[in-house]
Write a protein that binds this ligand. Structure first.
Ligand code: SF4
Ligand code: SF3
Length: 545
């Protein structure tokens, strides 16, 4: 196996024997082959789109779901990948038949025919490996992989919007164009860089679409206090990013004497009016995803994993862990959708049987719900606070968390920001400091939780609105982005920020292994991307001290 798509890749170079995430060589090989087939689908799909043909919704849905399934910490189940591969092959053959009169030179990936057995698939997967073609130019490989990882991230966002009934033709169609480009030998470094910037703008549309899907389904998030301590009684912990799964579970547990806790990236759900109205959406449990094995160990309740980040479970909680949607893990019960509905009775009964926590803990609360609507409804006051000197600088400190020690940087950075600065945060990186008291500036808490990584659009919207209010460009605002990355959703968000021309981003804890030295130099020259150093030094540079 060879995989270097995430930040914790072994030795900062690549996982070759077993993933640091626990992905085994078999799953890695099947994922490689799935991406190979998506490239073939992309080739025929793009030809058809260029001729003005419309691809059906089921195929679009497959492209986003299959891309999403290969994202870090989503699915470890080889049987599920065999299913994805069979569907992919069927779709490719259908598109191939439709496109047979309009294709001249057909790349190898588009010609590939999936064999019948898993053993044969594993044999073929070798040629789908990232490093298989040793003659490929390092910069081309780097840019192709960057685009693929970006599309995996967008696959996740498009999936969440799609389950709520929201679609965008430009977003759907880009999956074909993007995957096709990764097997197009005619595309050089400049072409791929231009395509990656185009992708950034398409992903912005996708994030806007998801924002619309979430806010029109559940209302605009409002500032909300969230309990972070345990309550007596049976409970289910809901992790991941999928608000629809949470809503369905809230409906099915209402009046059953079960409390629902959010976990990880589900925390911002408490701010949505249509979710917070359920009184048994009681609070938030635990820290960021990388603490789950310790925190779920022997938990007297159930856990529902709706998306990433899933870690291989310890034996002590395999019987109380459940997956749904794209998530999968061998030996773990999976709740499927049947006729548009999910039946959570298995998990509900198990939670009742486990009985939950025996006592109430002393209550502690934090505050969430500062999406673009909540922040921008106070835009006038914020602008005034900047003009009268009460707010000197804005920091966006957030992104994906992980287990590496260097990630303490983000905690220290937030702690060391001066008291006349405002910190916006989002995604699971916030758990490094979101239970600390940063005080207030006037009526505003100094730390504003904008939401999930899925809500990055909110942060972009806030930045663009501030730029408009101050009549300047985003790069001229007293705003600095201090981002942590881990998996591929962070890759697509970063590309979107770059496509908006946003410069001087601080990125850590380490730079992506898939970025070649030459590509990195381009990003430095064009966007002045900076690797994080120490909180003190970076703050000095940012604040001009
Ligand atoms: Fe390694 Fe990350 Fe790939 Fe897992 S997803 S195999 S940790 S690079
Ligand atoms: Fe976190 Fe996985 Fe990325 Fe949604 S839950 S931000 S890492």
């Amino acid at each position: 196996m060879f995989c270097y798509q995430c930040e914790q890749t072994i030795g900062g170079k690549g996982c070759t024997k077993l993933g640091n995430c626990s992905k085994d060589p078999e799953v890695a090989a099947l994922q490689d082959l799935l991406i190979y087939l998506l490239k073939g689908i992309g080739f025929y799909g793009q030809k058809l789109i260029e001729k003005g043909m419309v691809i059906d919704d089921e195929t679009h849905k497959f492209m986003m779901d299959a891309s999403f399934s290969t994202l870090t910490n989503v699915n470890f189940d080889s049987e599920r990948f065999v299913e994805y591969l069979r569907t992919a092959d069927k779709i490719k053959e259908e598109l191939k038949t439709k496109a047979k009169d309009i294709c001249n030179e057909v790349p190898e990936a588009a010609e590939y025919k999936l064999p019948a057995t898993k053993e044969e698939m594993l044999r073929d997967a070798v040629k789908a490996g990232i490093m298989y073609d040793q003659t490929l130019d390092a910069n081309i490989r780097s840019l192709r992989e960057m685009l693929i990882y970006g599309m995996k991230g967008m696959g996740a966002y498009a999936h969440h919007a799609h389950v709520l009934g929201f679609n965008d033709v430009e977003v759907n169609n880009f999956f074909y164009k993007g995957f096709a480009a990764t097997i197009d030998k005619k595309l050089g470094v400049d072409d791929l860089l231009a395509l990656i910037m185009e992708f950034g703008q398409v992903n912005l549309k996708c994030m806007e679409l998801l924002d619309k899907a979430n806010t029109s389904s559940y209302g605009n998030p409002v500032p909300t206090e969230v309990l972070i301590t345990m309550k007596k009684g049976p409970f289910i912990v809901v992790s991941g990013h999928d608000l629809k799964d949470l809503k369905e579970l809230l409906e099915q547990t209402e009046g059953k004497g079960i409390n629902i806790y959010t976990h990880g990236e589900m925390l911002p759900a408490h701010g949505y009016p249509e979710l917070k109205k359920y009184k048994h959406l009681i609070g938030n449990f635990g820290g960021a995803w990388q603490d789950q094995q310790k925190e779920f160990d022997g938990l007297p309740g159930c856990i529902l994993m709706t998306t990433n980040c899933l870690m291989k479970p310890r034996d002590s909680y395999t019987d109380r862990l459940f997956t749904t949607s794209i998530v999968g893990c061998p030996g773990i019960s999976h709740i499927k959708e049947v006729n548009g509905k999910k039946d959570f009775s298995l998990i509900i009964n198990k939670a009742l049987q486990l009985g939950g926590w025996p006592e109430d803990e002393q209550e502690k609360k934090i505050i969430v719900g500062f999406g673009h609507n909540a922040v921008l409804s106070n835009a006038g006051k914020i602008v005034e606070a900047v003009k009268n000197g009460a707010i000197k600088h804005f920091f966006l400190v957030g992104g994906c968390d992980g287990a590496r020690p260097g990630r303490n940087y983000y905690t220290e950075f937030a702690q060391k920001t001066p008291p006349d600065t405002l910190i916006l945060t989002l995604a699971c990186g916030k758990y490094r400091f979101n239970k600390m008291d940063f005080g207030k500036i006037g009526e505003f808490p100094r730390l504003l939780d904008v939401g999930q990584c899925n809500d990055s659009y909110s942060a972009i919207k806030i930045a663009l609105a501030l730029a408009e209010a101050f009549n300047c460009g985003v790069n001229d605002l007293p705003l600095s982005l201090i981002l942590s990355w881990y998996e591929q959703k962070a890759v697509c968000i970063l590309i979107t920020l770059l496509s908006l021309g946003i410069k001087n981003i601080y990125l850590g804890p380490s730079l992506p292994a898939f970025i070649s030295p030459d590509v990195l130099q381009v990003l430095i020259d064009k966007f002045n991307i900076k690797p994080i150093s120490t909180p003190e030094d970076d703050l000095k540079v940012i604040l001009g001290q």
